[in-house]
Design a protein around this ligand. Structure first.
Ligand SMILES: C[S@@+](CC[C@H](N)C(=O)[O-])C[C@H]1O[C@@H](n2cnc3c(N)ncnc32)[C@H](O)[C@@H]1O
Length: 226
């Protein structure tokens, strides 16, 4: 990549993060979230999540893989509102990263959250914060999402834009065993592009630091209660 293009991309990403931060200032009126995020961000000054993820994948696959990214919480708020996710649901985040979004979902929507993540250090830090803030409604587990037994959940969130088709299909086979009332939110692709047993009920444009894509609300065919 040329130096000019690199500089342009860096500025664009920084500008994106700055505008997201400005838009999210109102969340910090929630004092508990303010304390949480100050401490959480402080801890992560010493543990760059992008670097941690790269090192983990490098060790696992013996090559450099840049696979980490986070859903901006402003965009997650749009998902919750536009897809009309009700309160009192159990929310499963498949590949939760360092878990900022899982904590935010708990602080602002009081959802019961189950977060699955493969990188042990993310899970250790998240569990430290769960203990520190005495949170009973988040379960943060170090597990492989393809081996995890999916049960007792209402909503699944999957931001797995880099997953290969084979892996998406493996997840779809797991989703097929779930009750038809379970809603699956995906980023970048709808499940009906891979399997006709699913239908996409809604979608909308969503912004990430790397550009725009779509968020999809998927359900199993035959569901009539949404
Ligand atoms: C793109 S990040 C998304 C983080 C978070 N869900 C968000 O939206 O902010 C994807 C995460 O999924 C995790 N992941 C990828 N494959 C996984 C697997 N097989 N089992 C558990 N976690 C996995 C990665 O380690 C990474 O942290």
């Amino acid at each position: 990549m040329s130096i000019g293009k690199n500089i342009f991309l860096t500025i664009r990403v920084k500008f994106f993060f700055f505008t997201q931060w400005l838009k999210s200032i109102r969340y910090y009126l929630n004092v508990k979230f303010l304390f949480f995020d100050l401490l959480f961000s402080f801890v992560y000054l010493f543990f760059n999540p992008y670097r941690i993820s790269r090192k983990f994948l490098e060790k696992k696959f013996n090559k450099k893989i840049y696979d980490y990214g986070e859903t901006p919480i402003i965009e997650m708020e749009k998902i919750i509102k536009l897809f009309k996710i009700p309160s009192n649901v159990t929310f499963l985040e498949l590949g939760a990263g360092r878990g900022k979004m899982s904590f935010w979902l708990y602080f602002f929507f009081k959802y019961k959250v189950i977060a699955i993540e493969q990188v042990p250090i993310f899970v250790k830090i998240a569990n430290f914060f769960i203990k520190l803030f005495r949170i009973k409604k988040i379960q943060f587990l170090c597990s492989d999402m393809f081996a995890f037994d999916l049960k007792d959940i209402d909503i699944i969130y999957l931001y797995g834009t880099t997953l290969p088709t084979k892996k998406i299909k493996a997840l779809i086979n797991k989703f097929k065993k779930l009750s038809s009332s379970v809603k699956i939110i995906t980023i970048s692709y709808a499940l009906d592009q891979y399997d006709k047993d699913f239908i996409c009920k809604k979608s909308f444009d969503i912004s990430f630091p790397w550009g725009k894509t779509k968020a999809y609300l998927n359900i199993k065919k035959g569901d009539t209660c949404y």
